[in-house]
Structures are given as structure tokens and as C-alpha cells.
Design a binder for this molecule. Structure first.
Ligand code: HPA
Length: 269
């Protein structure tokens, strides 16, 4: 594993003019943020040694280097989901590579279903914490001390400092943002009404099929995390709407300019 990480990081370092200390993972329907990155350099995942290839509609697979909010960034356009059949080590491999490249801060975004009764479709939820309901933890197995500790704390999995900054930016720009706990599930089924209800009762505000593995590995690696969910559908006991992938993508696309403005301004500050 260490050798693979090094090989991939070396390959990327040799290709790009500048290696940024900030990375962004773009979730379902949120890939257009890439249009706002200037001086872009694309590396398709298929060309990167040891990288898996993204398979799902709505997720193009590119690593993009460029400037956002005048700051150099790496963006992952498309991520690897557990439901695609990748194991946890593959899902989180890009985060290991980011760390090897010198990344210190990771911005993660996703589309999520809202259980919090105050949420509306199109809301932006700043992730304050998460609940891991994946059947496996990406850190299971041999621990490499070079990568991080055996038993990492998850007390501040999402940086309080970055949450405060996001709140300030959103208030200054008049963008409605909610706060909440993200429940990470394996998917690919959306939830039954009883499951949405269950996730709400255990303390969740939104649910999705990603993010948690990457955030666990980022924390293990000592990378600071900022996470944001776009609420693309609502679920619960009394909700009869049937979510579809198309609807999720559409709702994410509509909310994405606001998310983009927040992230861009956070970077600029
Ligand atoms: N459930 C799980 N994942 C999701 C949802 C949802 O309702 N919406 C977008 N991703």
C-alpha cells in the first residue's frame, strides 16, 4: 500500500506545475464547480496508476489541478463509491495520495437525502459530524504508523474553524445554510420511509452513500476536513416522494452555484 501511494503521488507530481495544499471532492451533480477552476490541468483517472475508474452516470473521472478563489487546488471530479463494488481501500486511496502530495485541507461535497423536518430540497447543509453505517471501516486491517495512528480520534472530524468560516461567508452572502449530521450508508438503495425515520431518530439530519470513508481516512492522515451536503430529496415516515438518481442530480445542479460561492470564498479568505 505504501509503495502504491508513493508511485501514484510521484506520477502526479511529475505531471503538474504546482502541487496545492487544498483538495476538493465533488459529489453527485456537483461536478460543474470545475468550470470555476482557472488554469486547469486535467488528469483522467484512467491514466493514473493504481487509481480505480469511476463507473456511475453523473460522475466523470478526472483529477483537476488549477486555481479556485485564487488558491491552487486539486479537485476530484467524480469519486469512488462503495456501492460500485470498490473496497474501502480503493474508495479512500485518492485521499492517501492527496496526503502524500502535501494536502492539508480537504473539502468534500455530496448529494444527500434530508430527514431533518426543517430541511427543504435544495438546502445546503454544512456537515458538523457524521455517523458511519458502512459495514466496514476503511482503517480495518494493518495500520501503517507512517499514515496515521491505530486509534484515531474522530472528535472533530469536521473542522470547527472551517464550519465557523463557512457560516460567516454564507451570512455575508445571504445564503441559507443548515447544519447537520451526515449518515453514511452503503447504498445503492435509497432508504425506506422507516429507515429515514430511524436515521433521524439516531441523530442524523441527512443521509448519503459517500463521504464518511474519505473523511475517516483524512482524519487518520491529519488532514482538516470541511464537508457540505446538498439536500436533493426528503425522506421520512410521512414522505411519499420517490427519489430517483435524475432528481438527485437535478436538485444538486440547482444548488451547486451557492455551494460553489461558499467554497470559493472560503478559499479566498
Ligand atoms: N439516500 C441516500 N443517498 C442519497 C439520497 C438519499 O435519500 N439522496 C442523495 N443521495
Amino acid at each position: 500500500m505504501l509503495e502504491k501511494i508513493k508511485q501514484t503521488a510521484d506520477y502526479i507530481r511529475a505531471k503538474v506545475t504546482e502541487v496545492p495544499d487544498t483538495a476538493i471532492i465533488l459529489g453527485t451533480g456537483l461536478g460543474a464547480l470545475v468550470d470555476h477552476i482557472s488554469d486547469k490541468q486535467f488528469i483522467p483517472y484512467s491514466e493514473i496508476p493504481n487509481f480505480p475508474v469511476s463507473t456511475v452516470e453523473g460522475h466523470s473521472g478526472n483529477l483537476i489541478f488549477g486555481k479556485l478563489g485564487n488558491r491552487p487546488v486539486i479537485a476530484m471530479q467524480g469519486r469512488f463509491h462503495y456501492y460500485e463494488g470498490y473496497d474501502m481501500k480503493q474508495v479512500t486511496f485518492p485521499v492517501r495520495v492527496m496526503k502524500a502530495l502535501g494536502v492539508k485541507t480537504l473539502y468534500v461535497s455530496n448529494a444527500a437525502g434530508g430527514m431533518n423536518k426543517e430541511f427543504r430540497v435544495g438546502d445546503i447543509m454544512i456537515i458538523t459530524d457524521h455517523i458511519n453505517l458502512f459495514p466496514e471501516n476503511p482503517l480495518r486491517g494493518k495500520n501503517y504508523e507512517e499514515l496515521g495512528p491505530r486509534f484515531p480520534a474522530m472528535t472533530e472530524a469536521y473542522s470547527h474553524e472551517l464550519i465557523a468560516l463557512a457560516d460567516k461567508v454564507a451570512a455575508d452572502k445571504g445564503i441559507r445554510v443548515m447544519h447537520g449530521v451526515y449518515v453514511g450508508t452503503p447504498g445503492p438503495t435509497f432508504e425506506t420511509p422507516a429507515e429515514y425515520e430511524y436515521f433521524r431518530v439516531i441523530g442524523g439530519d441527512a443521509v448519503g452513500m459517500s463521504t464518511v470513508p474519505e473523511v475517516i481516512v483524512a482524519n487518520h492522515a491529519g488532514i482538516k476536513v470541511f464537508g457540505v451536503s446538498v439536500i436533493t430529496d426528503l425522506g421520512g415516515k410521512d414522505v411519499t416522494d420517490v427519489p430517483t438518481h435524475e432528481e438527485v442530480q437535478l436538485a444538486a445542479q440547482k444548488a451547486q452555484p451557492y455551494m460553489m460561492e461558499i467554497i470559493k470564498e472560503m478559499l479566498a479568505r
